[in-house]
Design a protein around this ligand. Structure first.
Ligand SMILES: Nc1ncnc2c1ncn2[C@@H]1O[C@H](COP(=O)(O)OP(=O)(O)OP(=O)(O)O)[C@@H](O)[C@H]1O
Ligand SMILES: [Mg+2]
Length: 390
């Protein structure tokens, strides 16, 4: 059977670098208004970027050897990664650390979609801060119910300085970390202890405190870190958080300077692809990869690695649906799993749906028990938009 035509996919570009989402906007009437796919405003209600094709439809089989290779690659990338198209973000981070060196501490929040490169930027910040004390932590979903778990990970290396801060604060922090039998008592003392401990450590040399996956921080750690973040002026401390923008609501970052991290541009995407493969990549293949990923580095990396040399060089057609890689699958699955059951049901129906009509999907989901708010909730997640399943 001849390969299906690829031209029917939604060609809308990502607005503001939003995460590419799976788009099945392929020549059908997505709006249910009977005007069909060829209408002049076919894409009007689908303004977000096309999704990574095939997502949720043809997951690749896990292969242990592939997984091991992938892990090894990740380990290697930690050392050797070249960040493409991130000059602006890197400059902002350098400035943040420079300000801390000069005793003008501040905090910053990197915000962006899964796979866009927040952690990679944090790694970069760490790599250029050889002369400063680096403290690190991250939100861990399974530890979110444990008060001060993430703060403990951050401060553990410097607990030797506890005797240098006021005794009531030190006692409160020891209690918060379960080092004494006392109860935590006034959390404000823990917050003050956090700030003063960072300040003490920074008295020796500047501090870069890095908090990844802030959306998964336990509430107590988040509160302590945000308390400190608001009081860094005059300290030699740079505090940088990274948060997924679809989960940012779980982390109250109102007072932080936000650095939005969007998909990379065409030149950076070209360079990133070229870094991955030895063969020359055909221009139309590069354009296709950029389009379906919206410049998301994870998507670009994984799709490039998943294609054959013949496909990359343009000698063979790209599959109608590009393969769904494990990393991309994980990123979207995370978001899906965090939705209430109703919205998950609706998305499941949408994935199986062939009509493209929001009304049909909502009705079918309703028969499976999804309530009337399921569509709204699913839309808010960004996995569907404006009632159309893209
Ligand atoms: N600008 C870039 N150039 C080259 N590779 C990049 C770039 N940005 C990210 N990467 C690579 O893309 C992959 C995903 O990046 P990263 O893990 O930093 O994403 P993330 O935003 O932290 O995602 P998540 O929200 O899931 O934690 C990593 O392998 C990373 O090394
Ligand atoms: Mg990350």
């Amino acid at each position: 059977m001849p390969p299906r035509r690829r031209g029917g996919a939604c060609r809308d570009r990502p607005a503001g670098g939003r995460q590419p989402l799976p788009c099945r906007h392929r020549g059908r009437d997505r709006r249910g208004d009977g005007r069909g796919a060829g209408g002049p405003d076919r894409h009007r209600r689908c303004s977000r970027p096309p999704r990574l094709p095939g997502a949720g439809l043809t997951p690749r089989r896990r292969r242990p050897d592939h997984a091991i290779a992938s892990r090894a690659r990740t380990a290697l990338t930690r050392v050797a990664i070249v960040l493409r198209g991130r000059e602006r973000e890197q400059a902002e981070l350098h400035e943040l650390v420079d300000r801390a060196r000069a005793g003008r501490g501040s905090a910053m929040l990197l915000r962006g979609q899964p796979g866009v490169g927040k952690s990679a930027l944090l790694e970069h910040a760490v790599s250029v801060a050889a002369d400063v004390t680096v403290l690190r932590t991250r939100g861990v979903e399974s530890e979110a119910p444990l008060p001060f778990a993430a703060l403990h990970r951050l401060l553990r290396p410097v607990l030797g300085h506890l005797d240098d801060i006021p005794a009531p604060q030190a006692s409160a922090l020891r209690a918060a970390f379960g080092e004494t039998a006392e109860s935590v008592g006034d959390r404000h003392l823990v917050f003050l202890a956090t700030l003063n401990l960072l300040s003490e450590v920074a008295g020796e040399r500047p501090v870069l405190a890095v908090v990844d996956d802030a959306h998964w921080l336990d509430d107590a750690s988040a509160a302590a870190l945000l308390f400190a973040a608001r009081r860094l002026e005059g300290e030699s401390v740079a505090l940088v958080f990274a948060v997924r923008d679809d989960e940012g609501g779980r982390f109250d970052s109102r007072d932080l300077t936000v650095l939005g991290v969007a998909g990379v541009d065409v030149d950076a995407a070209d360079a990133l692809i070229a870094d991955q493969v030895a063969v020359p990549v055909a221009p139309q293949v590069r354009a296709e990869l950029l389009e379906v990923t919206g410049g998301n580095p994870l998507g670009l990396l994984e799709l490039t690695r998943a294609l054959t040399a013949q496909q990359l060089s343009g000698q063979e057609r790209l599959p109608d649906r590009l393969p769904l890689t494990e990393g991309v699958e994980r990123a979207f699955l995370d978001r899906y799993r965090r939705l209430p059951t109703d919205a998950q049901t609706l998305l499941l129906v949408a994935a199986a749906d062939d009509s493209g009509r929001a009304a049909t999907i909502t009705r079918a989901a309703g028969t499976l028990g999804a309530g009337p708010d399921a569509l709204d909730t699913a839309e808010q997640s960004g996995l569907v938009e404006d009632g159309d399943v893209c």
